[in-house]
Write a new protein. Structure first.
Length: 251
């Protein structure tokens, strides 16, 4: 009888030597690991738990909070309207799930004319973009109004994002919404980012917010996508409360 195929050892007939399997290179090992992680993230993103259960939680909680926080929202809108000229809401295009752009809602926290005069910080390339975004978040930004500084300190400027969640453009928990200019900086990590909805809070927000450097933030977004679960979402929501009260990384 012939031996089973699994027990046959390959032999070079010309030299009569046993052929040993090649050891995979570090690059091949990294690629296989990344491929496995991406498949796991895609499985999470396409699961019924993510597409249905998570959406139901987002819809219910965002709808409830929009009703309960309406008086606070009207008060904040009035403060923004009467303390500086310009619209109440600031809307900016961000990258959503599957790379589909959407417009995010925020309470305006900056002077309109000053924002227009120095908002074009993307002309110096990606490195310049990172440096300027980090610098303007950590120093006394001249664009920010007194009311806007208060809103940012307590993350109240992001309350209108509940509208994005209710409309299905965002989730309560997910990666930080990014602008199109940041897409090249994410590199291969964009594969993870575009699998799921960006969120109002997430690993980045509870890990220090603006005190976390950009590369670490990108890594945290990918980790969230790979290891997503509803239980972890609820855990991150609860962790967001003390993170906001501590005002860590809020500028």
């Amino acid at each position: 009888m012939h031996p089973p195929m699994a027990s046959i050892t390959p032999i070079d007939v010309r030299s009569n030597q046993v052929l040993m399997p090649e050891k995979p290179t570090t690059r091949q090992t990294d690629w296989l690991f990344a491929s496995t992680q991406l498949r796991r993230a895609a499985k999470n993103a396409m699961s019924a738990r993510y597409c249905f259960c998570k959406r139901m939680v987002d819809l219910f909680v965002s709808g409830l909070l929009l009703i309960l926080l309406m008086p606070l929202g009207l008060l904040l809108a009035a403060l923004v309207w009467f303390t500086s000229p310009g619209p109440v809401f600031y809307r900016e295009e961000r990258i959503g799930r599957f790379g589909v752009p959407f417009r995010i809602f925020k309470f305006r926290s900056m002077y309109v004319y000053k924002a227009d005069s120095i908002c074009n910080i993307q002309t110096g390339g990606h490195d310049h973009l990172l440096q300027m975004r980090t610098f303007l978040k950590h120093v006394g930004n001249p664009r920010v109004t007194p009311v806007g500084r208060f809103l940012r300190k307590w993350s109240l400027d992001e309350l209108p994002q509940l509208l994005n969640v209710f409309r299905g453009e965002m989730s309560l928990v997910g990666p930080r919404p990014i602008v199109d200019a940041e897409r090249p900086i994410y590199g291969t990590h964009m594969q993870y980012y575009t699998l799921i909805h960006p969120g109002m809070t997430g690993l980045w927000q509870v890990s220090g917010r603006s005190n976390v450097d950009f590369s670490r933030r990108v890594h945290l977004d990918s980790i969230y996508c790979i290891h997503w679960s509803l239980r972890k979402d609820f855990l991150l929501l609860f962790k967001t409360i003390p993170a906001v009260l501590r005002k860590t990384g809020a500028y």
